[in-house]
Design a protein around this ligand. Structure first.
Ligand code: GAR
Length: 226
């Protein structure tokens, strides 16, 4: 049931790193089949190379329009046998062709408590607005920017005197925790979209035990420590 994902980046790739780390520690049941960047030379590509993950650079300005770029992304993702697409700091709007190729299988993370502060420089907008709670959101991608059904959010208190850097750092630390969790729920098939809402289905009872024992059902339940 390992989910094959393609991760799209435009920059530092710290969220990509968080996914890699959870996969390597056996917590996240996913395989990153490709990393695609629209910007050459970014750290996200270095991170992929360091972990032996295939990567590609698809510069958007090599394509005549958004649609042609979207179609090129779809071709690359399909060639890599990707089942779901994870936008991790990918600063391009994805269009209908990509969404149609991966229906309900495109996730994005945004550094704000959506629907507040969609679009660019969300942390700066939040700091400038003087919000008391800032945060981040993982959501399904739809045809509008930072808009689709919300999977998980995390909030951090914003202090007086916070600027974009101090607030952004606290938000980013939470991004690294909630994104792998959302991808794991997707991998487990536990996210059901009902209109604007996402229902988190319960975990299956029978799971392989991390100790390596085969799946089993024990009733009455073991008590703490056994
Ligand atoms: C993250 O803060 C992510 O939420 C944001 O870009 C940053 C990428 O950091 N994405 C957006 O603003 C999308 N609207 P990273 O490259 O270190 O993961």
């Amino acid at each position: 049931m390992t989910l094959s994902v393609g991760v799209l980046v435009s920059g530092g790739g710290s969220n990509l790193q968080a996914l890699i780390d959870r996969i390597e520690s056996g917590i996240l049941d996913a395989r990153i089949s490709t990393v695609i960047s629209n910007v050459p030379g970014v750290k996200g590509l270095e991170r992929a190379a360091k972990h032996g993950i295939p990567s590609q650079v698809l510069p958007h300005h090599d394509y005549p329009n958004r649609r042609a770029y979207d179609q090129a992304l779809v071709r690359s993702l399909e060639q890599a046998d990707v089942e779901a697409v994870i936008l991790a700091g990918f600063m391009r709007v994805v269009g209908p062709d990509l969404l149609a190729a991966f229906p309900r299988r495109v996730l994005n993370i945004h550094p704000a408590l959506l629907p507040a502060f969609p679009g660019l420089h969300a942390q700066k907008q939040a700091a400038a607005h003087g919000v008391r709670l800032a945060g981040c959101t993982v959501h399904f991608v739809d045809e509008q920017v930072d808009h689709g059904p919300i999977i998980i959010q995390a909030a951090v208190p914003a202090q007086s005197g916070d600027d974009v850097d101090s607030l952004g750092a606290r938000i980013l630390a939470l991004e690294h925790r909630i994104y792998p969790q959302a991808v794991q729920w997707l991998a487990q098939g536990r996210l059901k979209i009902q209109g604007r809402q996402v229902v988190l289905l319960p975990a299956r009872v029978l799971r392989a035990d991390p100790s390596g024992l085969p799946p089993c059902l024990i009733h009455p339940m073991l008590e703490y420590g056994f």
